[in-house]
Design a protein around this ligand. Structure first.
Ligand code: FES
Ligand SMILES: [Fe+2]
Length: 435
């Protein structure tokens, strides 16, 4: 019998081999087949608003530069000089009409063209075909301000890849006409856990909040936790193609977003509720909360409000990039309150962040144990108790206390690891639901 990841991971049953959080060869295959073929978030349009703006990021372990060229078109390039391979830019962000490699001086424009070669006449006899030696470019597209890139030219177009997840992303990307922006500054840090533990936590783990973050509600720093009981009105969504929506879809009126100590936030959320309903319909109009979720493979959003990337750094290490994202046209006092809320809860000094990271490091540590690897992880909570409904798009809905999203995430992960190309990787069928 051929051993496939689908059989090894056994995501349907929720009994998952621990090796996928440990093995170096599996990790290399992930870089190639997951990160090399998925649409990855590489930035937000507000970061590169003007012509010749650029921002650095990573696709897996590949450093990239995301640019807006002099004509306003978005690009994503491997941050690598085509001569000997040095980085052409060492800054995190800025504005420049061109990038000069500091080794021998080859110079590239923001549209990727090789525009300057020292000694082109004297040393290369004008024989170097500069058109062939421009920057290596990934496919680039954006969805309502969020910029994505993909190395694989066979991959489906971005909007199809997002599938049903887009419906949920609209709740934060498209709730007002002004759209969103990333506030200046960000947090970056490296921690010793496998990247999947971060991604899957925000995509599928309500269960941990009761215990892991228990001290926050006990100390009054967050709202009291809901008791552990089955509520069909509060559910999680496997949104297809590995994407997972975790929170915020209670179906109840919830104008006041928890965690903000500034009354101006409540007022603002009330103020925009009419526009939100008009733009997105009644179901989503009930929510003044961006929810929580993970877009496969490594992008997470959270109502704190933050967006973040889990950049893989080997099987046992992850570099977290974390930003505060707000409505662009929100009043300054609201933006500041949201930033304070984000910093209090997330980022390296955030109290929820520290609760979480300890657990992910420990899960990774146990995957290093030879004996522990003989025993699978248990992701069985709620197997067979998923459903769909007429109002919320997605492959399946699960109770808030369910690991159904994990089974979806790892099921898709296994498919990507097994499929030789996108031709053998059909996207999940999109739901036929309108707002
Ligand atoms: S390595 Fe960039 S110019 Fe030589
Ligand atoms: Fe958490």
């Amino acid at each position: 019998m051929v051993s496939t990841f689908e059989s090894k991971v056994n995501a349907k049953a929720g009994v998952v081999t621990r090796n996928i959080f440990y093995d170096k060869e599996i990790y290399q295959q992930e870089l190639e087949q997951v990160f090399g073929r998925s649409w990855l978030v590489v930035g937000h349009e507000s970061q590169i608003a003007k012509p010749n703006d650029f921002v650095a990021n990573y696709m897996g372990e590949d450093p990239v530069l995301v640019t807006r060229d002099s004509k306003g078109k978005l690009h994503t390039f491997l941050n690598m000089c085509r001569h000997r391979g040095n980085r052409i830019c060492r800054a995190d962000a800025g504005n420049a009409p061109s990038f000069m490699c500091t080794y021998h001086g080859w110079t590239f424009a923001t549209d990727g063209k090789l525009v300057g070669v020292p000694g082109y006449k004297e040393a290369y006899f004008e024989e170097l075909d500069r058109a062939q030696w421009g920057l290596v470019e990934a496919r680039t597209d954006s969805y309502k301000g969020l910029i994505f890139a993909n190395w694989d030219h066979e991959a489906p177009v971005l909007v199809d890849y997002l599938g049903d997840a887009a419906w949920y992303m609209d709740l934060w990307l498209d709730r007002t006409a002004g759209g969103t922006e990333i506030l200046a500054g960000m947090h970056r840090w490296v921690m010793n856990f496998n990247w999947k533990f971060g991604s899957d936590n925000f995509g599928g783990d309500n269960y941990h909040t009761l215990v892991t973050h228990g001290s926050m509600s006990a100390s009054g720093m967050s709202a009291p936790r809901r008791p552990l009981q089955l509520e069909k009105t509060n559910f999680i969504i496997a949104a297809g193609n590995g994407h997972c929506v975790l929170g915020g879809y209670s179906g109840e009126e919830k104008r006041l977003q928890q965690g903000f100590n500034e009354p101006a936030v409540a007022k603002y959320l009330n103020d925009i509720s009419g526009e939100l309903t008009q733009r997105l319909g009644k179901i989503r109009g009930k929510q003044a909360n961006m929810g929580i979720g993970t877009l496969f493979p490594n992008f997470t959003w959270h109502s704190s409000p933050t967006i973040r990337l889990w950049h893989p750094r080997g099987p046992w290490s992850t570099e977290v990039w974390s930003y505060c994202m707000v409505d662009k046209n929100a009043p300054e006092i609201v933006k500041q309150a949201m930033k304070n809320s984000y910093i209090q809860r997330f980022g390296p000094a955030g109290n929820m962040e520290q609760d979480d990271a300890n657990n992910w490091m420990d899960s990774t540590r146990s995957a290093k144990s030879l004996t522990a690897r003989k025993y699978p992880l248990n992701m069985t909570m709620g197997v067979g108790h998923e459903w769909t409904n007429e109002t919320h798009p997605g492959q399946s809905l699960g109770y808030s206390w369910s690991e159904s999203n994990w089974r979806h995430f790892y099921g898709w992960w296994a498919k990507m690891m097994d499929a030789p190309s996108w031709k053998q990787l059909p996207l999940d069928k999109r739901s036929n639901i309108t707002p």
